[in-house]
Design a protein around this ligand. Structure first.
Ligand code: NAP
Length: 409
């Protein structure tokens, strides 16, 4: 497969969503119910009085839909999640949009979510899927002040693995069109942008190691570090991924399946690396710590090698850490997007601008090269999660949800 050929450019009782609370964008940002002091205003399109109603172009919005629901807590996605065929299409409230999802993003943490690791107090059944891109097909009265039916939007909110999702207008980002590339920026892009900006202290000539560099978030860490004029080293598991990394500017790629990453780093960077964007964990984490330069910093983004374990963890040589860090005045800093809401809007704006100007590759993997082909429909979310955990993806894994038959959108 040639990645350049496939590149496009280049509520139910869901647990609280953890990585978004943004200022209004598509939003009406109207007063909350309680502050109106009265009864609930009636949404513009009130689905409650009718089994079916028409959207703005006459396409029918059904009363029921397919969605994925976590029915059992497990890090095994297939065991945890059930495809429900006949869930009611949710009603948008006064400040809400009803979004018909067209593309939904797969994240490594979907299995942490299905295992209940985000909010241990919530019990199944609950909705799953962190992010989506789609069209607004209905909306509440307050939401209509700034948003219209037919608007393309992206959002980060739990419950995107569904044909329709209710999204508070405040959390929706208006888009020029419905494209999967926009989805790559919502979680993966902003994670790289904010963490490197806030914690990376990048400057010209610094050596930056990115692990899982060809993946959803890794691809952005590579490109953003290059934009800061750093020397970028990326790990990956195939020559094809290495080729992709070269194409986005990565200076040095290391195939962790065929090369000893630590030896290569010791040989080629005897002084060590200044910054590590680390999302793999286990042995990769240990060798990355060993490879830090004096005053180097490892940004801890994740530890995917542990997520499939019952504990969610992967052993590391923790007892050696204090000595290793002290000897080099080095540091490890954790980063969790959820804690950086205040930076989110600015980061997304910058990334969208870079993409519009053609300065950023937003690689999407729609599964065309996966054994059973393109990820189409909610049924294929299971395959898409497997594909990620086989380490096969190049760029962000995205599942396309086909249009409903009657849609004229
Ligand atoms: N802290 C935050 O706020 C935040 C936000 C988003 C994502 N993340 C983290 O970033 C990491 C990447 O997430 P993503 O959604 O963007 O996934 P991704 O990078 O698109 O896909 C995962 C990649 O990890 C690599 N990998 C290494 N060991 C693996 C293993 N044992 N099983 C499966 N894959 C393995 C594979 O690439 P190669 O083996 O080819 O390198 C695979 O393609 C995860 O640790 C995730 O938790 C953190």
């Amino acid at each position: 497969m040639s990645f350049s050929a496939k590149r496009v450019l280049l509520s139910s009782r869901a647990p609280r969503c953890w990585w978004w609370r943004q200022e209004p964008s598509c939003a009406a940002a109207g007063p909350a119910w309680s502050s109106l002091g009265g009864s609930r205003p009636r949404p513009i399109l009130d689905m409650s009085y009718s089994r079916h109603f028409l959207d703005f172009q006459g396409s029918s919005i059904p009363s029921s839909m397919k969605k994925l629901v976590v029915t059992k807590l497990s890090q095994n996605f297939r065991e945890a999640v059930t495809l429900r065929q006949d869930s009611p299409v949710p009603l948008p409230g006064d400040g809400d949009l009803l979004v018909r999802n067209r593309f939904v993003g797969i994240n490594a943490s979907d299995i942490n979510y299905s295992a209940g690791r985000y909010d241990t107090s919530v019990k199944p059944p609950f909705d799953i899927g962190f992010e989506g891109v789609g069209d607004v097909v209905a909306l509440g009265l307050s939401a209509s002040a700034d948003c219209t039916v037919g608007q393309a939007v992206a959002y980060v909110k739990a419950g995107s693995f569904a044909e329709y999702t209710v999204v508070p207008a405040k959390q929706a980002v208006p888009l020029p069109s419905v494209k999967p590339e926009f989805l790559t920026l919502m979680v993966s892009g902003t994670t790289a942008y904010i963490s490197l900006k806030e914690l990376g202290e990048l400057s010209e000539g610094k050596k930056v190691l990115v692990t899982a560099a060809a993946g959803g978030t890794g691809q952005f860490a590579v490109q953003l570090a290059k934009k800061a004029k750093c020397h970028v080293i990326g790990t990956c598991s195939s020559d094809e991924k290495g080729g992709f990394l070269k194409s986005i500017g990565c200076d040095h790629t290391i195939n962790h399946k065929t090369e000893n990453v630590e030896s290569v780093l010791r040989r080629d960077y005897p002084e060590g690396v200044d910054v590590v964007y680390e999302s793999v964990g286990g042995k990769m984490f240990d060798l990355a710590v060993n490879s830090l330069a004096t005053k180097g910093c490892l940004i801890l983004i994740g530890f995917i090698t542990g997520y499939q374990n019952p504990t969610g963890l992967q052993p590391i040589k923790a007892e050696l850490l204090p000595g290793k860090l002290l000897k080099k005045s080095a540091s490890i800093r954790g980063f969790f997007l959820n804690h950086y809401f205040s930076e989110y809007k600015m980061a997304l704006k910058h990334l969208l601008k870079m993409y519009e100007r053609g300065e950023l590759v937003c690689e999407v993997d729609l599964g065309d090269m996966s054994p059973e082909g393109k990820f189409t429909g909610l049924e294929s979310v299971f395959r898409a999660v497997d594909y990620m955990y086989m380490g096969k993806n190049i760029g962000k894994i995205v599942v396309e949800l086909p249009h409903s038959v009657n849609s004229k959108l």
